[in-house]
Design a protein around this ligand. Sequence first.
Ligand SMILES: [Zn+2]
Length: 189
Amino acid sequence: MKMNSDHIIFQKIIHLKMIEESEKIKNHNLTVEVKYPEYKEAFDFVHKNFPSAKVKDQVIHLCDKVFLEKLGYEEIVGFYNDVVGMIVVVKDSETHGYISEDEAIVHELLHSVSADNKDEEFAYKESVLYFLQKGRDREYIIKYMSPYLNDEIEKAKQKLIEKYKVILEQELKQSIDKIINKTIPRVGD
Ligand SMILES: [Zn+2]
């Protein structure tokens, strides 16, 4: 019971923090609001695949990188605040070595339409076609998708480790039996 009520209190604190933070972002002097038809291709791409989500009504907040870092968002190109339904993207993201603003907008719009807003697999997989249509090369897309790909590679690695552990244990047992049988002849053999 206690853990449950603690959890609810924790959720409420997070909730309030996200509301407070969204106000700070909106009111910051370097924040720029982007609305459709700006970044038309990005909005149209998500709208075409998820027309009922009404993404064209979404407002994107382009924010200063240093300001976001002060809020605790480091090494991040954008995020979706699901408490208030706010999309934030780092301004001039490409000059900071990230994907471009329109690409980040596609990724974050997809978070806003996914049933589970935190579903990275959905945001990465559904956005890959946008990158290909833009003519981005595979190397660029692999770098963009590396958080997702690394998770998948790790899963595949663990599966292989488990598989070969069983084989290795069986072969080792056979080898041990062979050594023992060779060293200690069975009486009567
Ligand atoms: Zn994401």
